[in-house]
Design a protein around this ligand. Structure first.
Ligand code: ATP
Ligand code: MG
Length: 425
């Protein structure tokens, strides 16, 4: 036998029994986005490598070790997108969406990162991202957080998520903070793990979100970023908090929450859960006023966030009963022979048109009458629609309830309205 080909490590098929939950998640999110006036944008999943190097940043985990990069047949270096912000900024700029206007955009789709696969961490995963452009104030930051809170509410997972908030100020105050942090940590470098020692030279801010408990303990004594931020950033944060307070949104100011890149400024936030172990960040966002300019556009204020869809699915699976999402089959159509089948397939078409919400399955393939009835029952359908010799002769059908103990009933094959009432949920 030929050797079976398998999916690539860390990449998964999403099967029909799971797509019900995915569709529920996607529909709920897009409904909320629609109600806040956000427009969907669809970008390619591949971009030139340079885009990510310049936007995500050379000294990040993503660019240093996680990107799927390859040369195409023309020897141009391309990369499967590891995230959506870079492509969204590229697309918005390229299509003239940023000049003199505000934009509220969202996208969703697969992202690719070469990471060690584990629960909640995959090599192909899905994000839904939101990016806004042209708005500099704390009101739009608040809107994004309020909208994400609405997502959780609509999905019924609010109680499992909590909000962490911080301001990382401007580039200048971060540089002053960096110097103070490096000084503090350099004096204690022997207590840092290899990872953090390396970051000390390249990207000291990232040490703040080290997962190592000893490093975290060390940081308790370290200078605090919030003490270094400028007046404008402080005012921005205070107003953001005030809007959140008046909307009853609870948050924790976490002075160690950072984004380690130059183009980020002011607000950063994360929604976290303790229901998913180490992969607890479900949604992460922040303000990136410097990025559009860094990619060659005019200076444009911007703020956005991205959610990990697989992590949301895991959370939803944790809390919902598995039967919640199983699709209901209303009718399973079975017929005695070929003539009966022909007549019944005409009726099934009429019924699907007449009752667009009904799920009507036709038994296809061979099988004795008894066998077909077994299949109908096994399918979980509510009713079997039966066309036998008698029914064909009389232009009728038999409706047989499969889930409750009531009598089967005969209908004229022309009386769609009566059939519709009988199978309505
Ligand atoms: P982490 O610290 O978990 O690696 P990150 O900082 O790399 O996350 P972002 O780049 O901010 O993540 O992406 C936003 C969200 O996308 C994350 O909060 C997470 O929910 C999800 N995500 C990121 N990487 C993966 C992955 N490899 N598999 C599944 N979901 C992911
Ligand atoms: Mg990561």
């Amino acid at each position: 036998m030929a050797k079976r080909i398998k999916a690539i490590r860390g990449m998964h098929d999403i099967l029909p029994e799971q797509t019900g939950l995915w569709q529920h998640l996607e529909n709920t999110l897009s409904q909320v986005l629609h109600s806040y006036g956000y427009g969907e944008i669809r970008m390619p999943v591949i971009e030139v490598t340079e885009l990510f190097k310049r936007s995500v940043g050379e000294v990040t985990d993503i660019v240093e070790k996680e990107m799927y990069t390859f040369a195409d047949r023309n020897n141009e270096s391309l990369t499967l997108r590891p995230e959506g912000t870079a492509g969204c900024v590229r697309a918005a700029e390229e299509n003239g969406l940023l000049f003199n206007q505000v934009q509220r955009l969202w996208y969703r789709g697969p992202m690719f990162r070469y990471e060690r696969p584990q629960k909640g961490r995959y090599r192909q995963f899905h994000q839904l991202g939101v990016e806004t452009f042209g708005m500099a104030g704390p009101d739009i930051d608040a809107e994004l957080i309020l909208m994400s809170a609405r997502f959780w509410h609509e999905l019924g997972i609010s109680e499992h998520l909590s909000l962490q908030l911080n301001s990382i100020g401007t580039k200048e105050c971060r540089m002053r903070y960096n110097a103070a942090l490096v000084k503090f940590l350099s004096e204690r470098a022997d207590q840092l793990d290899a990872d953090s020692q390396e970051r000390l030279n390249k990207n000291p801010l990232r040490i703040l979100d080290s997962k190592n408990p000893e490093t975290q303990a060390l940081l308790n004594e370290a200078p605090v970023l919030l003490d270094f931020i400028d007046e404008t950033s402080r005012d921005h944060l205070e107003k953001l908090c005030a809007i959140l307070d008046s909307n009853g949104i609870r948050y924790e100011l976490n002075t160690r929450l950072v984004r380690g890149l130059d183009y980020y400024s002011k607000t950063v936030f994360e929604w976290v859960t303790d229901a998913l172990g180490a992969q607890g960040t479900v949604c992460a966002g922040g303000r990136y006023d410097g990025l559009v300019e860094q990619l060659g556009g005019k200076p444009t204020p911007a703020v956005g966030f991205a959610m990990g869809m697989e992590r949301l699915i895991l959370l939803l699976e944790n809390i919902s009963k598995p039967t919640d999402m199983v699709p209901v089959i209303d009718l399973y159509c079975i017929a005695f022979g070929f003539e009966e089948k022909k007549a019944q397939m005409v009726l099934a078409e009429k019924l699907r048109r007449f009752c667009p919400d009904a799920v009507v399955i036709t038994h296809c393939g061979e099988g004795s009458f008894k066998n077909q009835l077994k299949k109908a029952d096994k399918s979980g359908a509510r009713f079997a629609l039966v066309t036998g010799e008698e029914e064909l002769k009389n232009n009728t059908v038999m409706l047989k309830p499969l889930r409750e103990r009531s009598e089967q009933k005969s209908f004229s094959a022309d009386d769609l309205a009566a059939l519709a009432v009988a199978i309505s949920r």
